[in-house]
Design a binder for this molecule. Structure first.
Ligand code: NIG
Ligand code: ZN
Length: 412
């Protein structure tokens, strides 16, 4: 099946020569073709070019994209889409003055979601999560990572990871699974957190690996959650099973999690709301992708990642949603891109690069996703009629998306 898109106002993020990731100044450039055509053959990008150089193509379907822009789908490399219930009460509590930390200290927060998850059947969790996944696909997400971390018991963690596996099976977009058993210390282990780490490392991790339920390992390296020492222990153990680190660090405090991540060759270090100069130096010249989560900053009223400092230091940067019930009940990558521009002073070009090719890198998908490149999967967004790609982040809160294609198929 051949689909030909013609009269595209601008085809953006066109990378003739494939790139793995973009860093520092490279992120300022967003290559595109004005007045373009795009040919999709089966589920791949087959060819593209300028309209005035279009020779006759025998297509099964021709789509006129006059006034519209085509760009690669968003690559959301950090989410917790699989969860049960919601935490609206904590939202109201925070409006009334409690902090995220205070709520967690009272047994709310992650432990609140773990309790709800334990009381919810696997099928119900699947249905709730599938609904959220479908919602984000319609918002332009064409590749996504999903974490466990609301189980906090062997049964609960495996249950979450099986739900992710079922989503992988039933949906066309790539879904990467991450084991986040070290997300919070359960109440019954508060007096002996080491015993919980032992459970995660010696009991749950081997089962996750044996049942092939995750590709990545994660830990919330933060005061009141897990230490740098815990991080070293877990990442060393996970390495033996071939699980690569993608870790939560520097959300509230800089305690050395970034250095630990780098030492273990982390694929990504995520959150980074609080960064020291030393953290930035440590990231230089490594293969680790820093990932910022601006909608979490918005929702919790915490600092935004210092993107300008990181980019000026020559670092790469990816953007993701962190979709979860507590700190970011939104999986809207369009909002993330807007916030990156408005609050983190990233240019539209930098933000779109961060949300596409660099997001793909943070899920090891750069070869197949994240840019308009011949041979890559045909996962892209067709916008409504808009004046320019800058309109996407500028018109924040507006849905500028007309259609979404995953593997060349229009998402209905
Ligand atoms: N900070 C750790 N984990 C999640 C929040 C989890 C929750 O509050 O349920 C995050 O990335 O923000
Ligand atoms: Zn997270």
């Amino acid at each position: 099946m051949k689909q030909l898109f013609i009269n595209i106002k601008e085809l953006i993020q066109v990378r003739e020569k494939p790139v793995e990731k973009l860093s520092g100044k490279e992120m300022k450039e967003l290559p595109g073709i004005k007045n373009a055509w795009l040919l999709v053959k089966d589920h791949k990008i087959a060819d593209y070019g300028e309209m005035n150089a279009l020779s006759e193509i025998d297509a099964d379907k021709t789509i006129d994209a006059t006034g519209k822009i085509i760009l690669p789908s968003w690559c959301d490399s950090h989410t917790h889409i699989v969860y049960a219930g919601n935490r609206e009460q904590e939202f109201a509590d925070r409006i009334n003055g409690l902090s995220y930390e205070e709520i967690a200290n009272r047994g709310g927060g992650i432990l609140n979601s773990a309790k709800t998850l334990a009381e919810t059947s696997e099928e119900d969790i699947y249905q709730q999560s599938a609904k959220r996944l479908e919602e984000v696909i319609k918002l332009g997400t064409g590749a996504v990572e999903i974490k466990s971390g609301y189980g906090l018991t062997e049964e609960g963690e495996l249950k979450m990871l099986r739900v992710i596996k079922k989503l992988q099976k039933n949906y066309e977009l790539p879904i990467k699974a991450t084991f986040l058993g070290a997300h919070a210390i359960p109440k019954e282990y508060k007096k002996d957190p080491d015993a919980y780490m032992k459970l995660v490392i010696e009991e749950i991790l081997p089962k996750v690996a044996e049942q092939n339920l995750a590709e990545y390992i994660d830990i919330f390296c933060e005061k009141g959650y897990f230490s740098v020492d815990d991080t070293h222990k877990l990442l060393s153990a996970a390495k033996k099973y071939g699980l690569k680190p993608k870790i939560h660090v520097n959300q509230f405090n800089a305690i050395g999690g970034i250095k630990a991540g780098i030492e273990h060759n982390a694929l990504s270090v995520d959150h980074l709301e609080v960064m020291t100069q030393e953290d930035i130096e440590t990231l230089k010249g490594t293969s680790t992708m820093p990932v910022a989560l601006p909608s979490c900053s918005l929702f919790l009223s915490i600092p935004y990642s210092p993107a300008r400092e990181m980019l000026n230091a020559g670092l790469p940067l990816a953007l993701a949603t962190d979709f979860n019930p507590g700190s970011t009940p939104s999986g809207n990558m369009n909002l993330v891109v807007s916030l990156a521009c408005i609050k983190m002073k990233m240019t539209p070009e930098e933000a779109i690069n961060a949300a596409t090719i660099n997001g793909a890198y943070a899920m090891e998908l750069s070869e197949t996703h994240g840019s308009i490149t011949k041979g890559k999967n045909a996962n892209f967004i067709l916008t409504k009629e808009i004046p320019s790609y800058t309109f996407l982040p500028y018109a924040f809160g507006t849905n500028s998306i007309e259609a979404v294609y995953i593997n060349g198929k229009l998402v209905e």
